[in-house]
Design a protein around this ligand. Structure first.
Ligand SMILES: C[S@@+](CC[C@H](N)C(=O)[O-])C[C@H]1O[C@@H](n2cnc3c(N)ncnc32)[C@H](O)[C@@H]1O
Length: 206
């Protein structure tokens, strides 16, 4: 693995994904998790400090990048609950059927190459009644912003480690046979609206 993928990109991701607004979104999302949690594309482990140790018993973090996992390991060592990090893509989820109470996906559906397959895997590993909680950026509701997202997506994907600007997150989740218990979408504040349209919610398997 090259220096960029192993060291530089994980370092940059760790900084960019920790900004104040994202931290607030992350905190609100992750606070809803309970029991055995699957953190899909755990990245550098930025969610770990925000899980409620009174409600979460264990976190399984699935992540393909060794460089991201190294940083997640540093945070896992500080966690007051068991953290089990597994190097894999979510499309090949190394997790048993019906073994997870909560699946958490934060800013990762934009990047997973086969997002539908990954969501079907999430459905497989959730226990009956288990919840998928998520916060993701994606396709804007306004046609003008969506057009910009389509235009810049090829360049953005190359610069941002495979991240896509224009995925319709709600449609992707629904297409994997989930129904929404809660769903909101809108812009985070700040410039460049194309990267700020954010979906948050809770879904359960139909
Ligand atoms: C923008 S980062 C978000 C990381 C973390 N979820 C967070 O909230 O900080 C996107 C993550 O998706 C991971 N990723 C890429 N392909 C993936 C796949 N096939 N399955 C799971 N995660 C993947 C990347 O390695 C990266 O860690």
């Amino acid at each position: 693995m090259g220096l960029f993928a192993d060291r530089i990109f994980p370092y940059c991701c760790d900084k960019v994904m920790a900004d104040r607004q994202m931290r607030r979104e992350r905190r609100a999302c992750v606070a809803q998790a309970r029991g055995t949690v699957l953190d899909v594309g755990i990245g550098t482990g930025l969610n770990l400090p925000w899980y409620d140790p009174g409600r979460v018993t264990r976190v399984i973090g699935v992540e393909p990048s060794a460089g991201m996992l190294r940083r997640a390991g540093w945070r896992a060592a500080q966690a007051p609950f068991a953290v089990d990090l597994r190097q894999a893509g979510a499309e090949d989820m190394p997790v048993d059927d019906a073994s997870v109470d909560t699946a958490v996906i934060t800013w990762t559906l934009c990047t997973i190459p086969l997002a539908h397959e990954a969501l079907c895997q999430v459905r497989r590993v959730l226990k009956p009644g288990g919840r998928l909680i998520f916060v993701e950026h994606g396709r804007a509701a306004d046609p003008a912003v969506a057009s910009q997202q389509d235009l810049f997506n090829p360049l953005w994907r190359r610069l941002a480690g495979g991240c896509n600007l224009n995925r319709p997150i709600d449609e992707l989740i629904a297409a994997a046979d989930f129904r929404f218990e809660a769903l909101t979408a809108g812009y985070l504040s700040g410039p460049v609206r194309a990267v700020r349209y954010t979906y948050r919610g809770v879904a359960v398997a139909r």
